[in-house]
Design a binder for this molecule. Structure first.
Ligand SMILES: *[C@@H]1O[C@H](CO)[C@@H](O)[C@H](O)[C@H]1NC(C)=O
Ligand SMILES: *[C@@H]1O[C@H](CO)[C@@H](O)[C@H](O)[C@H]1NC(C)=O
Ligand SMILES: *[C@@H]1O[C@H](CO)[C@@H](O)[C@H](O)[C@H]1NC(C)=O
Length: 254
């Protein structure tokens, strides 16, 4: 009798856990974050502009956002890339690509976190960018200048766009970002981290990709969503199994 009840309980538990894991996994896939310019849900956008065009087939950004992503002091965030003189075009293209990834990608679900900010309800945290993407970004910005290592906070916004705050010296990028990993993690307050994985590994997010080969970040999101829901599952099920074992031992089920 006790054994039958136990088996039934276990089966029920496994069933509930499986349903729950599948649901939490799909909630992390093919989603847009709740932020300033994102669409509610990803969908095709035939007219995405230049560097944002890889996301045409399925995108969280509108055509308008993709166009604005290519401008200086755009309507998106009024952000001034040239706060320490002109940023070189080779460097700026990485910031445009970063904006396209942030605004357009439907594959960042595993790293979306709720935040209490006036301009957005969700952010991304520690997205593992492929190491070559961080490396190239850092190398191409070698000859540009900046005055801060955190570009989210601490600017002087009195003119309607960001300028260097008093006392922050304009110096070569490498002074504020000594390594590619420092650039990727520090600049947007840990929105990204430099992954140790390489492009094409299926284990890191590519800022750049050729859409003719499909979007490589779909597989990456699936992998991390699976890993995260498996982690959550074992954390959730373990206490249940323990209490079941305890109940059995105490004879409560016999
Ligand atoms: C995008 O939309 C904003 C707000 O409606 C507008 O001010 C801006 O001019 C538009 N940008 C483009 C490129 O159409
Ligand atoms: C968000 O911050 C505001 C102002 O600091 C505070 O009043 C509010 O309770 C916070 N909300 C949450 C959900 O933490
Ligand atoms: C990558 O590897 C280095 C050296 O082994 C380590 O210090 C770093 O934490 C790793 N980064 C990540 C994101 O795992």
């Amino acid at each position: 009798m006790a054994r039958r009840v136990t088996t039934q309980l276990l089966l029920l538990l496994v069933g509930v856990a499986a349903v729950w894991a599948t649901r939490s996994r799909t909630e992390l896939l093919n989603v847009c974050m709740d932020a300033k310019h994102h669409k509610e849900k990803p969908s095709p956008e035939d007219e995405l502009h230049k560097q944002c065009s890889p996301w045409k087939k399925n995108s969280c950004c509108s055509t308008n956002t993709s166009q604005e992503a290519h401008k200086d002091i755009s309507y998106l965030y009024r952000f001034n890339w040239n706060h320490c003189g002109q940023m070189t075009p080779a460097c700026k293209r990485h910031f445009i690509q970063d904006t396209c990834l942030y605004e357009c990608s439907p594959n960042l679900g595993p790293w979306i976190q709720e935040v209490n900010q006036s301009w957005r309800k969700e952010r991304i945290l520690d997205v593992p960018l492929c190491k070559e993407d961080c490396q190239q970004w850092w190398e191409d910005c070698r000859t540009s200048y900046t005055c801060k290592s955190n570009w989210h906070q601490g600017w002087d916004w009195t003119s309607g766009y960001n300028r260097c705050p008093a006392g922050a010296a304009c110096l070569p990028f490498h002074f504020y970002f000594p390594t590619p990993a420092a650039l990727c993690s520090e600049i947007w307050t840990h929105s990204y981290q430099a992954s140790n994985y390489s492009r094409g590994s299926g284990r890191c997010i590519q800022m750049w990709f050729d859409p003719a080969q499909g979007n490589p970040n779909e597989e990456v999101a699936r992998f991390y969503a699976m890993a995260m829901s498996a982690g959550a599952l074992s954390r959730g099920v373990e206490p249940l199994l323990l209490s079941l074992a305890l109940m059995l031992q105490l004879g409560l089920l016999g």
